[in-house]
Design a protein around this ligand. Structure first.
Ligand code: ZN
Length: 105
C-alpha cells in the first residue's frame, strides 16, 4: 500500500551561496566605532548567488544544506583512497629539464 501521502510542500533545494559582497564573507562590517553585524547577509557572510534576498529562516536552511554538502565532501576526502593490494607506486621520475638558458649570440 502506498500509505504515505506526500505533502505538497516545496522541496528544499540548496541554492548556490556566495560570499556576501558587502562584508566579504566576514559577516560583520566596520562601523565608525565598532563592528556591526552585516545587514546584507543577516550576519552570516553568505548571500544567494542569484542575488535574491533570503529571509533569516530561509538563510539558515540554505546554510544547513550547503554545510551538509560540504561536510559530505570533507568526509569523502578523508577516506583513504582504496587502492588494490598491489597498488603500484608510480614515482614520478621527472628529470629536471636542463635549464640551460641560452641567450647567446
Ligand atoms: Zn554581509
Amino acid at each position: 500500500m502506498t500509505g504515505k501521502r506526500r505533502l505538497p510542500s516545496f522541496k528544499k533545494t540548496a541554492l548556490e551561496l556566495v560570499q556576501c559582497p558587502l562584508c566579504r564573507g566576514r559577516a560583520i562590517t566596520k562601523g565608525v566605532f565598532y563592528e556591526l553585524p552585516c545587514e546584507r547577509c543577516n550576519a552570516s557572510g553568505w548571500v544567494a548567488a542569484s542575488g535574491e534576498d533570503l529571509t533569516l529562516e530561509e538563510l539558515v536552511t540554505q546554510l544547513s544544506l550547503n554545510l551538509k554538502g560540504a561536510m559530505q565532501s570533507i568526509e569523502q576526502l578523508k577516506k583513504p583512497q582504496a587502492s588494490g593490494p598491489g597498488a603500484t607506486y608510480q614515482g614520478s621520475n621527472r628529470r629536471g629539464a636542463g635549464g640551460t638558458n641560452y641567450t647567446g649570440d
